[in-house]
Design a protein around this ligand. Sequence first.
Ligand code: BGC
Length: 351
Amino acid sequence: MIYQLPSSKNFESQLKDKNTHLFILKNARGMQVALSDYGARIVSILVPDQKGNLRDVALGFDSIQKYYEADEQYHGVTAGRFANRIANGTFEINGSSYTLDQNNGINSLHGGIEGFHRRVWDRRMNQESYVEFYYVSKDGEEGFPGNLSVVVSYSLTDENEIIIKYRAESDQDTVINLTNHTYFNLNGEGNGDILNHHLQINSTEYLAVDEHQIPNAIIPVEGTAFDFREFKTIAQDIAANDEQLIAAKGYDHCFVNAIPISSPCASVFSPDSGIRMDVLTTEPGVQLYTGNWMTGNDIGKSGHKYLPYAGFCLETQHYPDSPNQPEFPTTSLKKGEVFTSETHFKFSIQK
Ligand code: BGC
């Protein structure tokens, strides 16, 4: 398969009275990253494989229209204002209770139906390797309190690293949890599933969930299918007789991250392409989601159906349902405080 970036023209449109664009970052080693202001999202990541051929390791579509209409709304997006789940779509701040749309069973998921992924962000691109997206989420939008100003920037380094930085401020106390929701396939999007990728997650614990996928216990990974401390294939234990995996049809769980951003919290490689990706973050959690719920209705950039396990996500974030679980690292953002967070996706060839 020959991979190339989708045409910029297919991303120049108008959505919700705003013009949309495609932005292309390039580095000295031939890597290219395409981004859209619709959802401040990653559209494509062209990275060299072990033979020096470029593969697009990010799932997605070749036009903005397809993103807008897809079954899976979260390809490559900045998920917010609260990524992942809030139980029953409710939480309290300073004694006042807030109600969100329940768009995932009884939960609120990824900031609601019209979360950050469905917004057209403002943008500024001033170098070939850097783009910034801005969004002001109004007080009450999707049920959250406070006018929240958010900036998400993407840079591409000559070390084949995508650096994502988040910054947010609110004029009232609120909650925040931001992540990037790219589905990766290190053999190239549309090129089979990710089950034979080798994955390592440097976590000793993960968050087990109840029948609504809300965390109800922090469990040691040792002796479970969730032990990725040494590299193993995603396939190895995904079909284990483990009620957590059976209920979710695969991995869809948050791992506790205690590794500082100077070292990878997770690493993945595919023996077929030789492409390796290391994930580094300041966040206390990383959600491994193996694309269990993909329907096959969406047809990706190269014309292939996205079936279950067509891609995996490593979503760096705070723990699900943190606003209702005070013992978790806090997701509260006080009026006037500045929220910052940083995640790197670093590509190389597996030795
Ligand atoms: C969630 C999955 C959900 C998916 C939607 C993931 O972050 O954990 O349960 O189906 O997002 O794209």
